[in-house]
Design a protein around this ligand. Sequence first.
Ligand code: SF4
Length: 205
Amino acid sequence: MHTLRELEQLAAQIRTCRKCPLGRSRTHAVPGEGPANAEMMFIGEAPGYYEDQQGRPFVGASGRLLERLLAIIGLAREDVYITNVVKCRPPGNRDPLPAEIEACRPWLHQQIALIDPLVIVTLGRFSMAQFLPAHARITRVHGKPVVQQDGRVVVPMFHPAAALRNPNWMQSMESDFAQLPQLLEEMRHQRQNQNDDPPQQLSLF
Ligand code: SF4
């Protein structure tokens, strides 16, 4: 309950945030949604038109694809936390600017700290860039889990909008998703043991 309250307080702050110019052009900020104790967190790039209208993440065609992919692994969107790197829509759906990403970053970091997910799935290159080195290329690293210093694992994936445009990437997304249940199980096991044992190497890597 404590985390839920803190997460709601954070969302309220995001909805009134004016730390970058996107705060003036948005209709609604989109803090994100999902259980406060979600084991898996999906991070996209920025809200689009429908997200901006409704104040909810991934509600258009990309959202429908995300829901279909989640269903493949037996999950519903209500089982995971879904958010974006930038919480307000860039005008005309342009890419978020570095200064906007920088201004918005603390909100994302606070969300991650509160939810404490085991697995973070980044959707698209802007989200991937928050966790992987700048030289990482999504076409090469997608679907490959990367262990972070905080013990979480980050799995970079294509953005659903990109997969909708490219059948090859759609196939990659489906196979990347298919490995998530096993990875999650591995991470649960890892966290269960981490208080008693010294850090272990994940067998998947
Ligand atoms: S994009 Fe982020 S930093 Fe910019 S106004 Fe919206 S919530 Fe604030």
